[in-house]
Design a protein around this ligand. Structure first.
Ligand code: DGP
Length: 212
């Protein structure tokens, strides 16, 4: 043990922004540079709670909106001990979505305020870096048709983007906005640069708590 902890790096953005591709490339690049890195994703559909979320997203079951919000949050909480353990072991985690998606997607539904949506995730490990892959709804639509899952509608995604923009005003979170309309490799290079800086910065600091 060197005593250096790993960094918690989140990729966020609307659907089709390229998050999963970039998460995979980032983990590969960090490992190639001799850094311990692993990928995670939320929702994690492999747990019991995740399986229920998956059925909901596939529209095989319907769930009440508050209930679903709490399930997505519970899915992050059930992985929180593992996240902390990995970070303490010096492993940097590259995570496809986190609490920001949780707040943006639920608060895009009628009758849900940002503050209510943020509450269940209070106390989760705080990310050292949140990369927001910025893509206009028009550009996302050019990337092909949405699938059949719940939330995959252009009008809903426009509201989600507005909610993300509200969240990005919070200066306590290390947001970096990345123009996702560029090539995969250009994006990757910028993401890698920000991630390397975050890993160096996080190394000697304790893991903080959302949303402080
Ligand atoms: P993905 O597996 O990344 O394609 O995400 C599945 C869908 O679930 C996607 O439309 C975004 C949405 N989503 C992700 N996290 C949350 C969350 O915490 N709450 C809600 N309501 N939706 C979420």
């Amino acid at each position: 043990m060197t005593g250096r902890r790993g960094a918690l790096i989140i990729l966020e953005g609307v659907d089709r922004a390229g998050k999963t591709t970039q998460c995979t490339k980032l983990v590969q690049a960090l490992r190639a540079r001799g850094r311990a890195a692993e990928m995670m994703r939320f929702p994690d559909r492999t747990t019991k709670i995740g399986q229920m979320i998956s059925l909901y997203l596939e529209k095989k079951i319907n769930l009440e909106d508050h209930t679903v919000h709490l399930l997505f949050s519970a899915n992050r909480w059930e992985l929180a001990p593992l996240i902390k353990k990995k970070l303490e072991q010096g492993v940097s985690l590259v995570v496809d979505r986190y609490a920001f998606s949780g707040v943006a997607f639920t608060s895009a539904k009628p009758g849900f305020g940002l503050e209510w949506c943020k509450n269940p995730d209070v106390g989760l490990p705080k990310p050292d870096l949140v990369l927001f892959l910025q893509l206009s709804p028009a550009e996302a639509a050019r990337r092909g048709k949405f699938g059949d899952e719940r939330y995959e509608r252009t009008d809903f995604q426009k509201t989600v983007l507005q909610r993300f923009e509200q969240l990005m005003k919070d200066p306590s979170v290390n947001w970096q906005v990345i123009d996702a309309a560029r090539s995969i490799d250009e994006l990757h290079q910028e993401i890698l640069r920000h991630s390397e800086a975050a890993i160096e910065q996080a190394a000697n600091q304790p893991v903080a708590e959302l949303w402080n």
